[in-house]
Design a protein around this ligand. Structure first.
Ligand code: ADP
Ligand code: CIR
Length: 357
């Protein structure tokens, strides 16, 4: 049973969201009175309430989405809210099932360089998220969990060889200088994200957090930031095939040693519902001076199923005309299809840029 005070907090949150003109989040749109009434008295086995799912979007009225799942069970317990948000974001209805994993064969011939002359694209990155079996997401993790999880994945990293071989650098003890440089160079997650903080996702920071990377910083794994793991392949230029090929080898290398949680309907499980399913965000850092000046640039990207972010990722601005353009949907399509969504869309944008006077 959920205590009276928490239920009152949920009611107050509902009123705050509905009363805000500036709030445009999916949370506001889908947290109806009916959903509140259905969910406010429910809890997951680990004790997460509806308030724990919505606190981020309630404290941050400028959020785009505004919800996180404290544990995997929350996606079911609070399905009246999550199903609506998931359908809105991914176009994935409640009766649909995520397809089986298909990363493609990673052969460069499927995805030859998008911009062989290097006129538009600076770099290419593909990341996916994974959760360790047997652990909830951030808000329910104890310090001992963080340390145990870090220990497990660190041991698995030792199995990487050749190009993927690298070193794990814990955040705890890293100099501020090194940390800042890694963030500025786009390799490391930022610190102090207010959306994650309000979701209760930064407890015991920096304990159990860190980054693994190979020598060239083309293969990286984030540990215990938003997700238990973010597996990343990136390099200068636009060779999407090469980036995907490396990611496939990396994911295969780690999944043979660490069991990940997957849901029959939702695919790979992640803390944020926008990342469920394939969990793939394939992006380019790209300069499109003419297209970006077009009044319908954002609309054109949306129609191509592309998401536009700034130069330092989500919730950041573009600098020097460089944008981060990626696939938007991750759930309901395979890893291969998610990469293809970005590939085809960006190809189209470059064609349009070339034709513009
Ligand atoms: P995520 O991609 O994991 O959802 P962010 O949007 O915060 O998270 O991006 C994480 C980091 O990756 C940021 O520093 C961002 O600039 C960097 N990044 C994203 N795409 C690219 C790219 N194509 N080339 C270089 N860096 C990139
Ligand atoms: C927000 O709602 O703005 C943050 N919680 C982040 C949402 C996830 N990202 C996204 O839209 N791709």
């Amino acid at each position: 049973d959920v205590d009276k005070a928490t239920q009152a907090k949920i009611e107050a949150a509902y009123k705050k969201l509905q009363g805000s003109d500036k709030c445009k989040s999916l949370l506001k749109k889908h947290l109806t009175k009916d959903v509140v009434d259905k969910c406010k008295g429910k809890k997951t086995k680990l004790g997460a309430t509806l308030y724990d799912c919505i606190s981020s979007g309630v404290e941050n009225l400028d959020a785009g989405v505004g919800v996180y799942a404290p544990d995997a069970e929350a996606y079911k317990t609070f399905a009246p809210l999550f199903d609506k948000i998931i359908e809105d974001y991914h176009g994935f209805p409640p009766n649909k099932k995520h397809p089986p994993t298909d990363m493609g064969d990673g052969k460069t011939k499927e995805f030859p360089p998008l911009d062989p002359e290097g006129k538009y694209i600076k770099s290419t990155r593909i990341r996916c998220g994974r959760s360790l079996q047997g652990y909830p997401f951030n808000p329910l993790l104890k310090q001992d969990d963080y340390l145990a999880m870090e220990g497990k994945v660190k041991a698995a990293f030792a199995g990487f060889d050749k190009e993927l071989k690298g070193t794990y650098y814990p955040l705890d003890g890293m100099t501020k200088e090194t940390q800042k440089k890694l963030i500025a160079d786009h390799f490391l997650f930022k610190e102090g994200d207010r959306h994650l903080q309000a979701a209760n996702a930064c407890n015991f920071w920096p304990k159990g957090r860190g980054i693994f990377h190979n020598n060239d910083k083309t293969f990286l794994i984030w540990v215990n930031e938003e997700d238990h793991m973010r597996i990343i392949s990136m390099q200068e230029g636009s060779d999407v095939g090469a980036v995907l090929d490396r990611l496939i080898r990396g994911v295969k290398g780690i999944e043979s040693r660490v069991p990940f949680s997957r849901d029959d309907r939702l695919g790979w499980l992640t803390f944020c519902p926008t990342n469920l399913g394939s969990t793939v965000r394939a992006s380019v850092h790209i300069k499109l001076p003419k297209m970006a000046a077009h009044k319908d640039f954002n609309k054109i990207c949306e129609e191509l199923n592309l998401q536009v972010r700034g130069i330092h990722g989500e919730h950041s601005e573009s600098e020097g005309g460089v944008f981060d353009i990626s696939n938007k949907a991750r759930l309901g399509l395979s890893e291969y299809q998610a990469v293809k969504q970005m590939y085809d869309g960006v190809k189209k944008l470059i064609e349009m840029e070339k034709k513009m006077k």
